[in-house]
Design a protein around this ligand. Structure first.
Ligand code: ACO
Ligand code: KIV
Length: 377
């Protein structure tokens, strides 16, 4: 039984993440990522969409065989018998059923009435439950759904036996102050079922909204590694995990020291580079050049680091450039076995800044070469 501060991490890198244009993983690549997600300690892996293709079906099957004994493996299914049957055939013991509830989706995509959608929610969740599955229901486009109808859809899924209710901000239109209240209302009608949030990053608020959803009472978050996914992506696993742990003192099962390696693996296999400035796992997430920062970090990393790189498997990088100071230069030279007094360091620093002013990216080797002139004199 989870404590009230425990938050489930539902990873959808292999489903929503892979839906992003240009990302088409092979079966073996999906299995490799699934193994890493299992090692990382996520609570649920959404392996894919079994009804989508032969490859998705086989990948789901293989992922269940590979990690299904130690982590919940689920798959996406539309609210129809065929998709649910495909998931069962693939060996799923958990399924993620969705159907939209917003008027724009009902009118232009599904061409269904609200009454028909309510019936479909009940029928599809009931059908999946009758086959012994763990069922998570998502009212797609929930955050653009008229509130009373959204709550009716939630109650219908609960009555049909849904184990979890996931609230997707499908096109990323939420902000944290509003989403927290939406989730609070959903929790109030969900009869104790776990409420989940699934946030997209169209306004750059996916992580913030995910956290707000947890504060509002959600105890599961849908995430993807590196935040990959539809359009501007999903809530980033590494950001959500570290924000929940470090800023709000929630408990998660994820092992944070594996975050950097997991990020690198997904980047390598998807071909999507991790932005230099990406929070937690970016190569500049623990990079320091400005003299005042480097001096502070040398004295105590807490001066300029909200978490340590080692906590997340990343690395601290001290750089040289036009913003460097004498403390940083001394450290970088001493790390190379070169010890100069302050007078000589000031001359070397001046040369470093002149080099940087030309646009040259000054390396530790450049500084060593400049300093060597003093050592030979
Ligand atoms: C927000 C999300 O990310 S939702 C998940 C999106 N992911 C994907 O679409 C990836 C996998 N998709 C696929 O491989 C294909 O879309 C399939 C196999 C699911 C369906 O393919 P097709 O039969 O060619 O239909 P197509 O994709 O063109 O249209 C979707 C159909 O599903 C229906 N549909 C869409 N969502 C749902 C739903 N939740 N429940 C029931 N029916 C749905 C649409 O109304 C449309 O029905 P129609 O064919 O009777 O008009
Ligand atoms: C299927 C649902 C959960 C989804 O991906 C979305 O609405 O963004």
């Amino acid at each position: 039984m989870f404590s009230t501060r425990r938050v489930r991490i539902f990873d959808t890198t292999l489903r929503d993440g892979e839906q992003a244009p240009g990302i088409d993983l092979t079966i073996d690549q999906k299995v490799r990522i699934a193994r890493q997600l299992q090692r990382l300690g996520v609570d649920t892996i959404e392996a894919g969409f079994p009804a989508s293709s032969e490859g998705e079906f086989i990948a789901t099957k293989k992922i269940i065989e590979e990690v299904g004994d130690s982590v919940e493996v689920t798959g996406l299914a539309r609210a129809n018998k065929n998709d649910i049957d495909k998931g069962i055939e693939a060996g799923l013991s958990s399924i993620h059923v969705f159907i939209a509830t917003s008027d724009v989706h009902l009118k232009y995509k599904l061409k269904m009435t609200r009454e028909q959608v309510i019936d479909r929610i009940y029928e599809s969740v009931r059908y999946a439950k009758s086959h012994g599955l763990i069922v998570e229901y998502s009212p797609e486009d929930a955050t653009r759904t008229e509130e009373e109808f959204l709550l009716q859809a939630v109650k219908t899924a609960v009555e049909a036996g849904a184990d979890r209710i996931n609230i997707p901000d499908t096109v990323g239109v939420m902000h944290p102050f509003k989403f927290q209240e939406v989730i609070r209302k959903v929790v109030s009608v969900a009869s104790g079922r776990i409420i989940s949030v699934h946030c997209h990053n169209d306004f750059g608020l996916a992580t913030a909204n995910s956290i707000a959803g947890v504060v509002g009472g959600a105890r599961q978050v849908h995430v993807t590694v590196n935040g990959i996914g539809e359009r501007a992506g999903n809530a980033s696993l590494e950001e959500v995990v570290m924000a929940l742990k470090k800023l709000l003192d929630y408990e998660v099962g994820v092992k944070p020291w594996l975050l950097y390696d997991t990020s690198k693996l997904v980047s390598e296999l998807t071909g999507v580079p991790v932005p230099f400035f990406k929070a937690v796992v970016g190569d500049n997430a623990f990079g320091h050049e400005a003299g005042i920062h480097v001096h502070g970090v040398i004295e105590n990393p807490l001066t300029y680091e909200p978490m340590s790189p080692e906590e997340v498997g990343n690395f601290r990088r001290l750089a040289l450039g036009k913003h460097s100071g004498i403390h940083g230069l001394r450290k970088i030279l001493e790390d190379q076995g070169i010890y100069l007094d302050d007078e000589k360091l000031k001359v070397v620093l001046s040369e470093v800044k002149k080099m940087a002013d030309t646009g040259h990216r000054v390396s530790a080797e450049d500084a060593k070469r400049i300093a060597s002139r003093f050592l030979s004199s």
